[in-house]
Design a protein around this ligand. Structure first.
Ligand SMILES: O=C(O)CCC(=O)C(=O)O
Length: 259
């Protein structure tokens, strides 16, 4: 399976509508990939708290519409990163969108662990409550978002639902880049699964982004890693490696707690 991660630059000088159109073209340019991944909250910026309410969208809003068209035009599965979703009842969620190659919105995932402690996303957005997987013809994806990386129990729950490939959009700050790389590799090793972790580039709301999107295989080897700027990472995943790693080194079988 060929996967492309689009490490999108989030520049406050670029209007959201212009970024949406630009990213849609980047998605179209990935024709030939099976799966395309975008980062967390790339339309508005993960730290642009003051814009969350104004830029919030519904699941049939402008980002969903543009990404549906782009997925269909490119003929790819598209994890379109996340948007600031306004639920019809009022609350906001940090919601990931997954489209099929025919442009249908097949799954959404509302971020469970909100970042910011007593401010920002943690107080402005509501928390999701459901661990979400997506069945593709070739494999099963498990969805997590940014700060979720610090909560291994979510990843274990996703493994129990059949995940072979974790997809993790993020807007991870540069000052904790070491944690990002460490967690991506740890979640891959402990769950014997691929990790596709796609971050943003640039600086918005005064927060420099780490970039360094990363693809890790089920043995913890880094298959590809981006730099700090906007970049597309394309990798071939040998999906048979998941079952082989789990068979050759059957640590998951020895779980005692939480089964
Ligand atoms: O956990 C971290 O260090 C970063 C998390 C984050 O930036 C987020 O979830 O938006």
């Amino acid at each position: 399976m060929r996967a492309s991660l689009i490490q999108t630059a989030v520049d406050p000088e670029e209007p959201v509508a212009a970024r949406r159109a630009r990213v849609a073209e980047l998605v179209r340019a990935q024709r030939g990939s099976d799966l395309v991944v975008l980062p967390e909250l790339w339309p508005v910026g993960a730290f642009a708290y003051e814009s969350f309410a104004a830029e919030a969208e519904t699941l049939d809003g402008p980002t969903a519409e543009a990404m549906s068209d782009a997925a269909r035009d490119a003929g790819v599965w598209l994890h379109a990163g996340s948007i600031c979703e306004r639920d019809p009842e009022g609350p906001l969620y940090n919601t990931s969108l997954v489209f099929s190659p025919s442009g249908d919105l097949v799954r959404t995932y509302r971020k469970i662990h909100r970042f910011g402690f007593d401010k920002g996303e943690a107080v402005m957005m509501s928390a999701g409550s459901e661990a979400v997987t997506v069945r593709l013809p070739e494999t099963t994806l498990g969805l997590a978002t940014c700060y979720d990386l610090r909560f291994p129990e979510l990843f274990r729950a996703l493994v129990d639902q059949g995940t072979e490939v974790f997809v993790v959009p993020a807007g991870w700050p540069a000052k904790r880049r070491d944690h990002w790389t460490l967690f991506a590799r740890a979640r891959a090793v402990e769950n014997q699964a691929y990790v596709l972790a796609c971050g943003t580039a640039g600086t918005h709301a005064g927060v420099e982004q780490a970039g360094h999107s990363i693809v890790v295989d089920p043995w913890g080897e880094v298959l590809a890693e981006a730099g700090a700027d906007e970049e597309v990472l394309t990798v071939e995943l040998d999906l048979g490696r998941v079952a082989k790693t789990r068979k050759d080194f059957p640590a998951l079988r020895d779980r005692v707690l939480g089964r």
